[in-house]
Design a protein around this ligand. Structure first.
Ligand SMILES: [Mn+2]
Length: 340
């Protein structure tokens, strides 16, 4: 696996110069948009508009989570499954995408055209012409802030709120192990630019509907804790849970993290049944887990970070709980097998 942990800070200026040198930017974010993807796209979009660039923004998502509709340029987002990449001088900017396949299809890594990849996933494959990837950064928004400051870009309040959003969400409100002194320093600078932490917390974390909480209640009631010293937790949310509560699936953000609050749990997986019957896992781990969330997800061609990842899980909805428990124990025994 390619690692991006020895970051050359000169790449920040290169990314900034690349942005400045191009008049037309097309931004791509990953499928299943999260606060970091949306926050970084919103901030970059605003920076481009302010600099007189022609900017557009695409991802394969049919729609974005409503939670983030306060972000500048939320309404400029366009859905796109297959994008026609052409060599017309447009700068193609990928944000928060560990690989090109996380976003629209059509990008040819053997001919990356005029492309820029800004990200913080340690397993980013550096697929673009210009890559600016620091695997130790908390978020793509943290990376983008560093790109903006390297190039002396003006950071407006809109941009500051967008950047704060991604840093806040990708660090689990400054609680995950990716939270560094630099993360707090940057958050402090964004606050100095006018961001209100209390207002941002209201917008991002305190906006669940009663229906969302009904879904949470069902997931909580089904949790199973198991394994040595009860370090594993799994649960399941069925498509019917959303239907009966009358809510969409965006309200489960934060649910997998909730299971990490069970004393002793080091690894938690929440399985969600989609309306088409497919199962997706949202996985969290912390220090002391025999394997990381990312390592588990990669068995199923998933992606993410070592401590927060996701993947599909090939299984019928009725068998997910038992199959998932078996898969976790299998992985556990594999990790404990003595090396020859
Ligand atoms: Mn991110």
């Amino acid at each position: 696996m390619m690692m991006n942990k020895n970051f050359d800070p000169g790449k920040l200026l290169t990314a900034s110069e690349t942005l400045k040198a191009n008049d037309k930017w097309t931004i791509f974010t990953h499928r299943k948009s999260d606060g970091d993807a949306l926050g970084s796209a919103s901030a970059l979009f605003e920076a481009g508009v302010n600099a007189g660039k022609i900017v557009s923004w695409f991802s394969p998502d049919e729609r974005l989570p409503e939670t983030y509709k306060y972000l500048a340029h939320f309404d400029d987002f366009r859905t796109c499954e297959n994008f026609a990449f052409i060599d017309d001088g447009t700068l193609y900017v990928f944000l928060d995408c560990a690989t090109e396949i996380r976003s629209v299809s059509g990008f040819d890594i053997s001919n990356p055209l005029n492309s820029l990849n800004i990200d913080h996933h340690e397993d980013n494959t550096n697929y673009a012409r210009v890559n600016c990837v620091d695997g130790l950064a908390s978020s793509t928004c943290e990376m983008l802030y560093r790109v903006f400051t390297a190039g002396n870009w003006d950071i407006t309040l809109n941009m500051a709120e967008s950047l704060y959003t991604g840093i806040y969400t990708d660090t689990g409100s400054f609680s995950f192990s990716n939270t560094s002194q630099r993360t707090h320093d940057i958050a402090g600078e964004l606050i100095a630019l006018g961001v209100s932490p209390a207002k941002m917390t209201d917008r991002i974390s305190q906006n669940k509907t009663p229906g969302d909480l009904q879904v949470w209640a069902r997931a909580l009631s089904r949790v199973k804790v198991f394994g040595p010293q009860n370090i594993f937790a799994v649960t399941m949310v069925y498509a019917d849970d959303f239907r009966e509560a009358g809510v969409d699936m965006t309200g489960t953000e934060g649910l997998s993290q909730m299971f990490m609050s069970i004393r002793g749990v080091k690894f938690a997986a929440v399985a969600t049944e989609y309306p088409d019957g497919t199962i997706r896992l949202s996985i969290r781990s912390r220090d002391g887990s025999p394997f990381g969330a990312g390592e588990f997800a990669r068995q199923y061609v998933g992606g993410g970070h070592e401590k927060a990842a996701g993947c599909s899980f090939p299984c019928k909805a009725g068998e997910v709980m038992s199959e998932l428990e078996a898969a976790i124990l299998r992985k556990y025994h594999e990790c404990n097998r003595p090396h020859q």
